[in-house]
Write a protein that binds this ligand. Structure first.
Ligand code: HEM
Length: 501
């Protein structure tokens, strides 16, 4: 039998396959060579750059310092995770605006999955139709319209009560503003969201602040998120899994009790003014969806606004010039009325600058909530691939001397006199509320709340640091990794203003 045609066929096939193979390899390696990844600090095997981050005094400062060496778009490795760290307004703009679609989903984590009833909430769910629907419910039923009006109304009543309680105290009494403003905003939020205050009550031996602060700590992450093989075992051994379950069951127990109470007192018998957020949610959402969105409200609305108000008061008290200028403005806008009304605030231009400056230097979140890349895109000319997580350093961007050229670290509200700035604006000069489609939906409410609290506190009282410490020497040390609080509570003495302005 003549075998030459067969040999010919085999040879041609082998040659063709070899050519395809070589072509594919070449293409792959030239694509690899063309990949432009952001610079990375050298890391260690397995843990990557974790040791560099955890070694410093605070994560946001350590990462800011690293970014000064490696650039505003830097690639870090935390165990199995690849993280793009963003540290300038220009790069933040590319993430939050230019590539908002490619980079706007949220990374998954063990704690977020548990705390959000498998991503049924707004803050941690992926950017999909469900997230859009839940965000719509939160905005339409809580943050705008009649419920926003209700929030402002309750805030006026509670603020009035707080001012009166301060006036009734013996002179020289020290007030812990951290605790007082948190309680005030917790009351207002609970009244609007659940229809009643929970002040002084405990659940499983803990008050609301303790329960929901613990959920925030747990959301910081587990070892399993970074080390998928050994992490779960280590989490079990160090008791992290038990702690997560306990935190979830405390929060879940409280939220379920609230919903059960609302089923017992049917909303059909309530007038529109008596109905709260939960009443409206019951007809639109499932049981778990209501609990998930309430978790966002209790984690996202209270602490953020009260911490901002506390930092603002700290900066105001520390600067006699700013306190005097602000009080003059507030008192001239309010006139002879006994208290500040919400409608007076629109005229207070300097107060608005003070709040902006507070959010520039002391935005309560050091980083935005994490994002994750869903399809390839470029940030700062570098390739970013699906699965890469994104962290944006809010703290550093607010103080960056490339953007804030004059006195970047100084509290100087006048910088906003000639700088028309919009919080969710185009250029991301500062991003205390994030940006793009996942920006904070409560930013208007948060700003209005802080402005109203400050105007009232400064209208009625002059404030002093207790003891022998001068106002100018007030301690301003920060505490926390993801949520930046004062290290020591803000304790001040209010003195009723004697009305000579
Ligand atoms: C001064 C007050 C506040 C500050 C500084 C603040 C800050 C932030 C920040 C930094 C984010 C992350 C944005 C991002 O990842 O791009 C966020 C998201 C969010 N905030 Fe706020 N917030 C405030 C008030 C509120 C209020 C009053 C609510 C009302 C419930 C709220 C609800 C939320 C929710 C639900 C998200 C997640 C949005 C999403 O992923 O679609 N926040 N906030």
């Amino acid at each position: 039998m003549d075998s030459s045609p067969l040999w010919f066929l085999l040879t041609v096939t082998a040659l063709t396959l070899s050519c395809i193979y070589i072509y594919t390899i070449r293409r792959k390696s030239s694509a690899m060579a063309a990949r432009k990844l952001p610079p990375s600090p050298p890391g260690l095997p397995i843990i990557g750059n974790m040791h560099q981050v955890l070694a410093g005094e605070s994560i946001y400062k350590t990462l800011w310092n690293l970014s000064q060496k490696y650039g505003p778009a830097m690639l870090l490795h935390f165990g199995s995770q690849q993280i793009l760290l963003i540290s300038s307004s220009e790069m933040a703009n590319q993430v939050l605006k230019t590539n908002d679609h490619e980079l706007s989903t949220r990374p998954q984590s063990k704690a977020a999955k548990r705390m959000t009833y498998n991503y049924l909430d707004v803050s941690f769910s992926p950017s999909d139709d469900h997230w859009r629907d839940m965000r719509k419910v939160l905005v339409s039923e809580l943050l705008i319209g009649k419920r926003n009006k209700m929030f402002k109304n309750k805030l006026e009543i509670e603020m009035d009560g707080f001012v009166r309680s301060l006036l009734s105290q013996p002179s020289g009494t020290i007030v812990n503003l951290d605790d007082a403003l948190y309680s005030l905003l917790e009351d207002v939020t609970c009244l609007v969201a659940f229809g009643k205050s929970h002040r002084g009550k405990t659940f499983n031996g803990k008050n609301l602040k303790e329960i929901f602060n613990e959920t925030i700590v747990m959301l910081g992450g587990s070892l399993a998120d970074f080390f998928p093989i050994v992490g779960p075992i280590l989490d079990e051994l160090r008791g992290w899994n038990r702690r997560l379950e306990k935190s979830f069951s405390d929060a879940d127990g409280f939220l379920q009790m609230l919903i059960d109470e609302h089923f017992e007192h049917n909303a059909t018998n309530k007038t529109d003014d008596e109905k709260c957020f939960v009443d409206d949610c019951i007809s639109r959402l499932t049981n778990d969806e209501i609990k998930a969105v309430l978790m966002n409200v209790l984690n996202g609305a209270i602490d953020t606004s009260s911490t901002t108000a506390v930092w603002a008061m700290s900066e105001i008290v520390k600067s006699p010039r700013i306190m005097e200028k602000l009080q003059k403005e507030i008192r001239s806008c309010v006139g002879t009325k006994s208290k500040v009304h919400e409608s007076d605030i629109a005229k207070m231009a300097y107060l608005k600058m003070v709040v902006k400056e507070t959010l520039r230097l002391h935005g309560p979140a050091s980083f935005l909530i994490g994002r994750e890349c869903v399809s390839h895109c470029k940030v700062g000319g570098y390739d970013v691939y699906p699965g890469t997580k994104i962290m944006i350093n809010v703290w550093g961007i607010g103080r960056d001397s490339r953007t804030w050229k004059e006195r970047p670290n100084e509290f100087w509200p006048e910088r906003f006199e000639n700088f028309k700035f919009d919080f969710l604006g185009k250029h991301c000069e500062m991003i205390p509320f994030g940006g793009g489609r996942r920006a904070c939906p409560g930013y208007n409410s948060g700003i209005a709340t802080v402005e109203f609290i400050l105007a009232n506190l400064l209208y009625v009282f002059d404030w002093e640091v207790p003891g022998a410490v001068k106002n100018q020497d007030l301690d301003m040390e920060e505490y926390g990794s993801w949520h930046i609080d004062r290290k020591t509570p803000l304790c001040l003495v209010p003195k009723e203003h004697q009305g000579k302005d």
